[in-house]
Design a protein around this ligand. Structure first.
Ligand SMILES: O=C[C@H](O)[C@H](O)[C@H](O)COP(=O)(O)O
Length: 239
């Protein structure tokens, strides 16, 4: 039986595709994670799917494109993307989002930054109850870094006020750190609740640190969010 969370991911993804995928579009960015699975599934059901070229944001995303019978392209060939659909770990009241819970943030940001429209699909747990980031998502802000820089960056993040910062471990699936699709490490840095007005400042400070590849704070990039609610409806924020 499909769980409530799973059903809400599917409803949000299907509605986002149905509302936003115009017949004139040619290039679509496909994000990463468990919600975007339903975006690729929905696009794969369209009779005109062969007109779209899909740009992946990592290994899992590439597999989703291929397994749904969609045409695969690369960001090098197609840096002008009509629309990108992606998931999020938390969404604030200004539509800033935390991403990278699945260690895919760098390629996601690259594809999003090349997109005319960036749409987020998520289940009801992802909307911040207070409008701030770092409230429901308590694991910290994901930061992709060059492996040799981790000691230096952990120290700097603590100087910036992180109450906790650590290199993400592979847990029982891998001894040692998680390695991203780009061969990098991920640090999760907990700054507590981040007010919307502070997100950009924090992002810029972290991004400026030598060794940081990118930060899982997406500021002023999201045009619209689709959230699958517990009652089965889909709510939207943005235009
Ligand atoms: O690194 C992973 C990505 O940023 C995902 O889009 C994000 O973690 C949300 O994933 P999910 O849809 O599985 O909650």
């Amino acid at each position: 039986m499909t769980s409530l969370v799973e059903q809400s991911k599917k409803s949000a993804a299907y509605q986002a595709v149905d509302d936003n995928l115009k017949p004139s579009y040619k290039i679509i960015g496909i994000g990463s994670g468990s919600t975007v699975v339903y975006v690729a599934e929905r696009i794969g059901q369209l009779s005109n799917k062969s007109q779209f070229t899909c740009i992946p944001t990592g290994f899992q995303s590439k597999q989703l494109i291929l397994s749904n019978g969609l045409k695969l392209g690369s960001i090098e060939e197609f840096p002008n993307i009509d629309i990108t659909f992606d998931g999020a770990d938390e969404i604030d009241s200004d539509l800033n989002v935390i991403k990278g819970g699945g260690a895919c943030l760098m390629q996601e940001k690259l594809v999003a930054s090349c997109s005319k429209k960036f749409i987020i699909v998520a289940d009801f747990r992802k909307k911040s109850p207070t409008g701030q980031l770092g409230v429901n998502w308590r694991k910290g802000v994901p930061i992709e870094i060059i492996p040799a820089s981790y000691t230096k960056i952990l120290k700097e993040l603590k100087e910036f006020g992180a109450v906790k910062a650590e290199v993400r471990s592979g847990g029982s699936a891998k001894a040692g750190p998680v390695i991203t699709d780009n061969g990098m490490f991920i640090i999760d840095a907990d700054f507590g609740a981040i007010p919307p007005a502070e997100v950009s400042k924090l992002h810029n400070k972290i991004k400026f640190l030598t060794g940081v590849v990118d930060v899982g704070l997406f500021v002023n990039m999201v045009e619209k969010t689709y959230i699958g609610e517990e009652n089965g409806s889909v709510s939207t924020m943005g235009n």
